[in-house]
Design a protein around this ligand. Structure first.
Ligand code: XMP
Length: 493
């Protein structure tokens, strides 16, 4: 019944996720038995197959921290200066928990706090020695209560030797400490007494309200969140990369819409030669030929997709690309032979698309629009036509290219800029810490329907033709969505 993937994807058609549908298989395990552990690259493993896209309206430090705390990973965009991108890495590394609030400001003991604005959104100002060691803090409430507070040096206002917890303390132990000591907030410090984070009662309540999948976060041996960074393939990107590695980047993504190029092959070899311990992801590719070239150059992961993104116009502008389901299947089939994991990049609009990408051979999915509009996405909410939205733009849009992201479109030094993406907005989705656990639970249900208890088992079932697919006609696609209602409320959880 149905078709084997190999037959379906070799008929001369370019299919995307919505074109194809899996036939259900046999269930012999509960949903929770589905294990979504995976590899981002040859050497970097994740608890969840989710990656946030290196776009300036998707991934800065809050998104990267949130992704890593969920068990996925964020890739920081590079539409900024090398030092700005490095400080985003340091900000991710300085966090232990997915907090949105910024670290409190610091002053030296002789400094004055002359205005309430100096506290920012924080409940305190830290008082630190030159070495960065925490000496005490000035609580906002103490500062407000003293009439001479504006003129007094911080050392006269601070609470010395404040309670703190070591940064290696996990969330539950930190939360217990706050409750036991009846504190509103507590700084976490490293072995040298330098503040790493500030945990507030509000943060604890917020984190507790979110559903949990109970999988380990993506952290290194030092307990810090792992984070990736995107770079281009120009000479100046080599200097950028040096700074990023120093700042602690754990994996690098060579960001290009057509990755099969002399520039990228050169850059892959440069990374492998210069930073032997650093995994490099190449792309984007959509064919076996493109993938083979990058694999031969030594790439550790492949990013797949050309023109499939929600803000992309590459296929219309350049007449080049491929339907995303076909692209993922074709590239993953080749990459699997060399043990190179594939990232299905772009075109993810719902949990069903994630199931399709993963079962067709991807090891992870990279998302832009699905994560844009969330609390953790950069930018501020605006009201448009009565909805709360955040801006989401293609990195090949004129607006983003003006800031410098045209390096994505290779070797083009011309003054003529042609957009390969658009600027739009995405509705407020709340926190990724809330909707990603529901999304991934839905993905597990999809795997269960297919009788696949892991990504490896799904890939084996597909390649051995046990899993069968069909192409949906236009009418079948309409039938597969909500239809026949005048109005409906689209709420999934
Ligand atoms: P989604 O569908 O998740 O897609 O919003 C995100 C992916 O789209 C790619 N991207 C672009 N592609 N023009 C393009 O043709 C652009 O301006 C552009 N900006 C991003 C990128 O691969 C991203 O991960």
């Amino acid at each position: 019944d149905g078709f084997a993937a190999d037959r379906l994807f070799n008929q001369g058609f370019s299919y995307t996720y919505d074109d194809v549908i899996f036939l259900p298989h046999f269930i012999d395990f509960p949903t929770d038995a589905v294990d979504l552990r995976t590899n981002l690259t040859r050497n970097l493993s994740l608890s969840l197959p989710i990656v946030s896209s290196p776009m300036d309206t998707v991934t800065e430090s809050s998104m990267a921290v949130s992704m890593a705390s969920l068990g996925g990973i964020g890739i920081l965009h590079y539409n900024n200066t090398p030092s700005e991108q490095s400080s985003l890495i340091r900000s991710v590394k300085s966090r232990r928990l997915p907090f949105i609030t910024d670290l409190p400001p610091s002053v030296s003991p002789s400094d004055q706090i002359s205005s309430a604005d100096d506290f920012g959104s924080s409940p305190c100002v830290l008082v630190t020695a030159e070495s960065g060691r925490l000496l005490g803090f000035v609580a906002r409430s103490d500062w407000e209560a003293r009439s001479d507070a504006r003129d007094a040096p911080a050392k006269d206002l601070m609470r010395p030797s404040p309670p703190s917890v070591t940064a290696s303390c996990d969330f539950e132990r930190t939360a217990e400490f706050l409750a036991r000591e009846a504190l509103d907030f507590v700084p976490t410090v490293d072995d040298d007494g330098v503040v790493v984070d500030l945990v507030t009662k509000g943060d604890v309540e917020r984190v507790r309200r979110h559903p949990r999948l109970g999988v380990p976060p993506t952290v290194g041996e030092d307990g810090r969140f792992l984070v990736g960074a995107a770079v281009g393939t120009r000479e100046e990107d080599k200097r950028r990369l040096e700074e990023l590695v120093k700042a602690g980047a754990d994996v690098v993504v060579l960001d290009s819409s057509q990755g099969n190029s002399i520039y990228q092959i050169e850059m892959i070899k440069h990374v492998k030669r210069t930073y032997p311990g650093l995994d490099v992801i190449g792309g984007n590719v959509v064919t076996a030929y493109q993938a083979e070239n990058l694999i031969q150059a030594g790439v550790d992961g492949l990013r797949v997709g050309m023109g499939s993104g929600s803000i992309c116009t590459t296929q219309e502008v350049c007449a080049v690309g491929r339907g995303q389901a076909t692209a993922v299947y074709k590239v993953a089939s080749i990459a699997a032979r060399s043990g190179v994991p594939v990232i299905a990049d772009g075109g993810i609009g719902n949990s069903g698309h994630i199931v399709k990408a993963l079962v067709l051979g991807a090891s992870t999915v990279m998302m832009g629009s699905f994560l844009a509009g969330s609390h953790e996405a950069p930018g501020v909410y605006e009201f448009r036509d009565g909805s709360r939205v955040k801006k989401y733009r293609g990195m090949g849009s004129l607006e983003a290219m003006k800031k410098g992201s045209d390096a994505r479109y290779l070797g083009d030094t011309s003054k003529l800029k042609v957009a390969q993406g658009v600027v739009g907005a995405v509705a407020d989705k709340g926190s990724t810490l809330n909707f990603i656990p529901y999304t991934m639970h839905a993905v597990k249900q999809g795997f269960q329907d297919l009788g696949a208890s892991s990504l490896k088992s799904a890939h084996d079932l597909l390649r051995s033709s046990v899993l069968r697919l069909e192409v949906r006609s236009g009418a079948a696609q309409v039938e597969g969505g909500v239809h026949g209602l005048v109005k409906y409320e689209k709420k999934l959880f």
